[in-house]
Structure formats: structure tokens, C-alpha cells
Design a protein around this ligand. Structure first.
Ligand code: HEM
Length: 728
């Protein structure tokens, strides 16, 4: 197992609480430390012939049952389903012009972090791959205290005012009368809410885009969403948004893949994060700031405190200043991932809040909810404990760990014990912001414009992304039975784009809008389409590739591609008709060792892999041709737009499996890449050299095939209508 970060101060601190159950000659004891000789039989009145009553006096039995009875704590009221990992954050550029926060200015530091990714609506046991917003919450254990960025993978939010949060969540969660559906937005109440709150329009367009179904937590952006502020040493204030951008690019599933995975492998994202870290493919994100000086805060046609708006990059460029790497899995899920608790109100000197009305409510809500989930001393739990000293006059409460020695627990005291920190000692200084106004329950003017950026987002998507938004809306509204709900919502879509509204209305059987609520302004912005975030260098790092073989497979092609995949950092899996050894062409089944597959074709599905490769071999292909599941693997991978590689006899197998006009296949030794189906008839050791740089149009099979994998999906199949012709 790869474990990095031995010098990481947070890991060192956690190690004090960690016991290794495997490397220990310890014996079972009760929780009060007495060695226990029998954990299986309750003390009872019994003899060889007759069983009498159990005795309540048995402290071991009672303790075991009590502990079990109280194992569960309330799941998070939102974002209940998630997974987490440890890592480090490092700056490559100081942001001292805008802040004096050590974590954002000291380029020599490595700050420990813990990140928890999540879905929003589903309960703790729900599936990972559902369509939903993803949480991206980061706890920085800085030298000046914990700083939490509690963000999402979508840069805007459904509502502007925190008081609306219970409503939006109630509407999205399972409906109250029957607790259905689980972890889905595809139901009447969700879409009823969306229509009745026009401020939600921008965000629901993001949620219906590919951002709602990420391929991996490692392949999505993170956004602090709310507007915070930064204060520099000169005492100047800037408003700021925080952004994470993944090194591997931003990639998503196609919907059919996500739907199937929710049943086939509901833990897909959890396992994906774990697998990458264990394999040493540590996920990385660049950390960026968008800053607006205080005196420019009114210069925009949107309010910079409105969380339903992005700050378009053309107006406020992103400045990337640091990098985060996740490099260590948790040792135990409950005390780390389940008990980690984030608060937007956790900021450090040099960072401040803003008057963003969503943020201010969040600052109240998170601390409050931790009280019911974990109790008042939740910040003493190892995962939440800061790595810097914590000292104050707070006392007592359930689960208190710390013992404060001394005779006073208040300030001021006659000993001047534990005094407030002066600014020069690092004491937090509030920015003296001017505040004036009248008390009222209302929203200022700019908060009332709700459609400009929904249009901006939709216009900025590529053609294929727009197609996906249309399919997503068609799916979701098809699940709404109430004509009022889907009728109104299609009407709302006309406020974004008439063509979009008309297409959806026809599809879902709603009255077709004849006029747009307001004409589409036609503007676009960069950084909204996820195609703007392909990795800087094409890579197949951490991609899961299935190599499908049967007895008589071509060992040259199989071994060559497998070795090249591993060399490029991908994760090859051998899949066959059975999990006992498979023999290559020419290998003696009596004396040969064979190749033990990782899985058989029925145990896994193509959905769990990024690509499939089928090597040739007369007998192997003859077997696969007769196997409907093998054919389904190929067709499904094609339908899900994944790169497919085939050599030798496998070329015609793939050709027949897809049986689509418009696809071309290798007939000679040439390498043919047709819609990401990469084929070659040649199988000599030199045909399978490792790929060095992944470039388009490469002449050798491995480079051409790996380049196709690195593109993540072949969207031309969809644009040219090939994938929709195939049953899979
Ligand atoms: C900008 C909008 C918001 C974002 C980006 C956001 C993000 C998140 C994330 C990532 C989590 C999961 C934290 C974890 O992994 O443990 C979370 C949990 C939660 N959020 Fe939000 N949220 C937003 C708005 C709100 C609002 C407006 C409220 C309430 C007024 C709220 C209340 C909560 C609560 C109560 C939890 C559960 C926390 C826990 O039990 O640990 N959120 N949110």
C-alpha cells in the first residue's frame, strides 16, 4: 500500500489515536480494560441438557450489545453519501498582494488537508453515480487553525438566501408521503420547486449538464461558490471566489452508464478514489482565486454577492496559485470520513466573509448541525482537531476529552491566564467594513435577474453537451407525472432558449411554447463548457482498461498492450469467460501456467472500465463470438463512447459486434482509428512498443489506441448518430 505524508503533521497527530489490529498481540478486553475470555456466549443458567435464562449481570454481554445498539449516529442532513482522503496543499505563488493568510502566502509550507466528496440528496447508502450536484469539501489544517472550503462541483447554487435552504432540500429529497425516489431529482417536487424559484434556473441547467454525472471525483472541478473576502497586510479588502481544477481534466459519464452503474456498482466513485490513491496515481487539483477589489464590487451587471451567478472569466480571470494532492486513504471510514465536520465559518486570519446572504446562513447552519450529529465537543474528535494549539475558556459538554489544568475558566482573570491574542500575535482581526441600511425582508435589484447567466451557460456548451442537457431534461420531466409540473417547466425553458424549450416540450408531451420568455442574448463565456478543461497533456493515468480474452488468445498482443498500459499508469484488468487460468494460443494446457483473469465476463460489466481491448487469437475469438455477454461488452462500450482496441482476429469480431455502416477497420497491417475504434491486423512484438507521447494520428497501434482512451469519450459517435443506432 502506498502511504505518503509520514511527515504530515495531521497524520502524525492521527497516529496517536490509531491502533493497528493486525500487528498486535493484544487480547480482547472490555471497554473498561478487563480481558475478556468469551465473546460468544452470554452468561446463563445452563447445563448439558437444559438451557435456562440469560443473566443480566453479564457485563461483557451487556457492553457488547449496548455498543452495538448505539453504533449509528444521524447521517448528514444533506450530503450524507460521501468518501474522503488525506492530502497536502502547496502554493506555487504567494497571494500576498491580496491576503496575509499564511496558507496563501507562505510558499515554503505544505499544509495538510482532508477532503470529503459527496452527493447531496441521497442517503448514506445510496448510489454514487446518480445525477446530482457533488460536494467538494476541503479542510486545511493550517498553522493558524482550520480553514474549511465547503464547496461543490458546480459554481452556482439553487437559491440566493439561506432561509430557502430547507425548502430546496425538502423538494429534492424523497417525497414525504412515500419516501420516493431515492437520490434522484427526477420527480414532481424537485421540478415544481425549480419552476417556482426562477433564481434556481441557472443551477438546474448545470445540474442537467454533464457536471451532474462526473466520471470520477478526481475529474471534477470544485468551487467555494460563495463570495468570501481576502485582507492583505495593508488592510485592503478584495472579494474572492475559490476554484479547484483537476489535473486529469473534467470528465463525465454518459447517462446510460451512470444509470447502470448505480445498480451494478453503487460504490463506483468511492472505489475509484481509493484505487487511484492506492496505485500511487494521486489526484491533483490546481487551486485558483478570482478576486475583485472592494471598490469594483458594483461594476458588474450581476451582484457579486449572489451565489446564483458566476464571475465570468473574461471579466474576472482565474489566478492559479497552488496545488492540492490527495495521497492517503483513510484507515477507518467512521472516525475519519463520517466524523469529519466542515463549517463555512471556519476561516483563518487574512480571510473573511462577505455579505453573501447564502454564506451568512451557512455560517450559522454548519456549526448547528454538527451539534446534533456529533455533539458540542466535535472539534476534539481526532479528524477535526486543529494541528495548532487550541486553548480557551470553553469547558465541559458531552464527550469532553481535554483536561484543562488551573483554577480559572473565564476571562479576564486575576492571573491573566489564557488571554486574547493581540493582532501581532496572530489574533483574528475583523475587517472594519462599513455597514448601513434599513432592516427589511427583501432582495436588492440585481438579485432579481435570473436568466442572463442560464443563457450564458447554455450558449457556452458544445453541441454534444447541449444534446446531453436536452436528454437529461427529457428524462427528468418524463419522471414527473403531474402535467402542471412538466408543462410549467418547459415554459420556463423558453426563458433560456426557445429551441430547447420546444424540443423538450415535444419530447415530454407538454404544450409547446411558441415564444421565448425573453430572447436568448447569444453571449458565451469561457470556462463553462467542460471541454475547456481537457488535461494539458493527453494522459491515460489511472484509466481502467479491460483486456478480454479466452483460451487461444494472442499472447503477443495481450502482453504488449498490457505492459504498455501499466507503463503509462493505466490499470489493466484481464476479463475472460472464467476466472481460472486461460491459456494462450500454442500454450500447453497440461504444462502451461496460463493467465489467471481478474474477473469473468458475468462478474463485471463494461460500465466499470474506461476502455476495452480485445487481442486476436483464432480460438479465443471463436469462443467470444459465441458468447452473448462478450458481444454485449463491445456494443455497450461502443454505445458509451469508449475507446475500443482490437488486433488480429479480434478486428472482425468487433466489426461484427457493432455491425454499423460508417465505421472502418484495419484490413492490412495499418492502424485504423475510426470513431475511437482502433484496429490493426499486425501482431508482432514491435507493434506493441510503449507509447511515449500520446498524439493524434499516430502510426503505431499503442499510441493511436492510448490517444483514443485519453480523449475519454468519442463524441463523434453521438454527433454522427452511430451510438444511437446500436442496441446495448
Ligand atoms: C453555496 C451553497 C452550498 C454549498 C456549496 C454546500 C456544500 C456542502 C457540502 C460540500 C457539504 C458536505 C460536507 C461534508 O462533506 O461533510 C454540505 C453539508 C451541509 N450543508 Fe451545505 N452547501 C451549500 C449551501 C448550504 C446552505 C444554504 C445550508 C443551510 C442554510 C447548508 C447546510 C448544510 C448542512 C446542514 C450540511 C450537513 C453538514 C454535516 O452534517 O456535516 N448548505 N454542504
Amino acid at each position: 500500500m502506498v502511504i505518503r505524508g509520514g511527515q504530515n503533521p495531521k497524520i502524525k497527530q492521527l497516529n496517536q489515536y490509531t491502533e493497528d489490529v493486525h500487528n498486535s498481540d493484544a487480547r480482547i478486553t472490555s471497554d473498561y480494560g478487563v480481558r475478556n475470555s468469551n465473546t460468544d456466549d452470554w452468561l446463563k443458567v445452563v447445563n448439558e441438557d437444559k438451557t435456562g435464562p440469560m443473566l443480566l449481570e453479564d457485563p461483557f454481554a451487556r457492553e457488547k450489545i449496548h455498543r452495538f445498539d448505539h453504533e449509528r449516529i444521524p447521517e448528514r442532513v444533506v450530503h450524507a453519501r460521501g468518501t474522503g482522503a488525506h492530502g497536502t496543499f502547496k502554493l506555487f505563488e504567494s497571494a500576498e498582494d491580496v491576503t496575509y493568510a499564511g496558507v496563501l502566502t507562505d510558499t515554503s509550507r505544505e499544509t495538510p488537508v482532508f477532503v470529503r466528496f459527496s452527493t447531496v440528496l441521497g442517503s448514506r447508502g445510496s448510489a454514487d453515480t446518480v445525477r446530482d450536484v457533488r460536494g467538494f469539501a476541503t479542510k486545511f489544517y493550517t498553522k493558524e487553525g482550520n480553514w474549511d472550503i465547503v464547496g461543490n462541483d458546480i459554481p452556482v447554487f439553487f437559491i440566493q438566501d439561506a432561509m430557502k435552504f430547507p425548502d430546496v432540500i425538502h423538494a429534492g429529497k424523497p417525497e414525504p408521503h412515500n419516501e420516493v425516489p431515492q437520490a434522484q431529482t427526477a420527480h414532481n417536487n424537485f421540478w415544481d420547486f425549480q419552476y417556482l424559484h426562477s433564481e434556481a434556473t441557472h443551477m438546474f441547467m448545470w445540474a442537467m449538464s454533464d457536471r451532474g454525472i462526473p466520471r470520477s471525483y478526481r475529474m471534477m472541478q470544485g468551487f467555494g461558490v460563495n463570495t468570501f473576502s481576502l485582507i492583505n497586510a495593508k488592510g485592503e479588502r478584495h472579494f474572492v471566489k475559490f476554484i479547484w481544477t483537476p489535473e486529469l481534466g473534467v470528465h463525465s459519464f454518459v447517462w446510460d452508464e451512470a444509470l447502470k452503474l448505480a445498480g451494478q456498482d453503487p460504490d463506483f466513485h468511492r472505489k475509484d478514489l481509493h484505487e487511484a490513491i492506492e496505485n500511487g496515481a494521486f489526484p491533483k487539483w490546481k487551486f485558483g482565486l478570482q478576486v475583485i477589489p472592494e471598490d469594483k464590487q458594483d461594476d458588474f451587471d450581476f451582484d457579486i454577492l449572489d451565489a446564483t451567478k458566476v464571475w465570468p472569466e473574461e471579466l474576472v480571470p482565474i489566478r492559479y496559485i497552488g496545488q492540492m494532492e490527495l495521497n492517503r486513504c483513510v484507515d477507518e471510514f467512521f472516525p475519519e470520513t463520517e466524523q469529519v465536520a466542515f463549517c463555512t465559518s471556519h476561516i483563518v486570519p487574512g480571510i473573511g466573509f462577505s455579505d453573501d446572504p447564502l454564506l451568512q446562513g451557512r455560517n450559522f447552519s454548519y456549526f448547528d448541525t454538527q451539534l446534533s450529529r456529533l455533539g458540542i465537543n466535535w472539534q476534539e474528535l481526532p479528524i477535526n482537531k486543529p494541528v495548532c494549539p487550541v486553548m480557551n475558556h470553553h469547558r465541559d459538554g458531552q464527550g469532553r476529552h481535554k483536561i484543562s489544568k488551573g483554577t480559572v475558566n473565564y476571562w479576564p482573570n486575576r492571573f491573566e491566564a489564557v488571554a486574547p491574542a493581540k493582532p501581532e500575535e496572530g489574533g483574528y482581526v475583523d475587517y472594519p467594513a462599513k455597514v448601513a441600511g434599513i432592516k427589511a425582508r427583501m432582495r436588492s435589484k440585481k438579485f432579481q435577474e435570473h436568466f442572463n447567466q442560464a443563457q450564458l451557460f447554455y450558449n457556452s456548451l458544445s453541441k454534444v453537451e447541449k444534446m446531453h442537457v436536452m436528454s437529461a431534461l427529457s428524462f427528468e420531466l418524463d419522471h414527473c407525472e403531474d402535467p402542471v409540473v412538466y408543462g410549467r417547466l418547459t415554459q420556463r425553458l423558453a426563458d433560456i432558449d426557445l429551441d430547447l424549450a420546444q424540443t423538450i416540450a415535444k419530447q415530454v408531451g407538454a404544450p409547446v411554447p411558441q415564444e421565448s420568455g425573453r430572447p436568448n442574448h447569444g453571449r458565451t463565456a469561457k470556462g463553462l463548457s467542460q471541454f475547456d478543461y481537457m488535461p494539458e497533456t493527453p494522459t491515460i493515468l489511472s484509466r481502467r482498461v479491460a483486456l478480454i480474452i479466452a483460451d487461444g488468445y494472442d499472447a503477443v498482443a495481450y502482453n504488449g498492450v498490457k505492459a504498455a498500459l501499466s507503463a503509462a499508469g493505466a490499470v489493466p484488468f484481464t476479463i475472460s469467460v472464467r476466472r481460472s487460468p486461460i491459456f494462450a494460443a500454442g500454450e500447453d494446457q497440461g504444462t502451461g501456467k496460463g493467465q489467471k483473469p481478474d474477473h469473468h465476463l458475468e462478474g463485471m460489466r463494461s460500465t466499470m472500465f474506461d476502455s476495452i481491448f480485445v487481442p486476436g487469437g483464432v480460438d479465443s475469438i471463436a469462443t467470444l463470438r459465441k458468447n452473448g455477454r462478450a458481444l454485449h461488452w463491445v456494443r455497450e462500450a461502443f454505445g458509451h463512447l469508449k475507446a475500443i482496441g482490437a488486433t488480429g482476429e479480434a478486428v472482425s469480431f468487433v466489426k461484427d459486434a457493432c455491425a454499423l455502416p460508417g465505421l472502418s477497420f484495419a484490413e492490412t497491417g495499418d492502424v485504423v482509428d475510426s470513431y475511437g475504434v482502433v484496429t490493426s491486423n499486425e501482431s508482432k512484438p514491435e507493434s506493441f512498443k510503449e507509447a511515449v507521447n500520446l498524439v493524434k494520428g499516430a502510426k503505431d497501434f499503442v499510441t493511436a489506441y492510448f490517444y483514443a482512451i485519453s480523449m475519454h469519450k468519442n463524441f463523434d459517435r453521438e454527433l454522427d448518430g452511430l451510438s444511437s443506432k446500436l442496441a446495448f
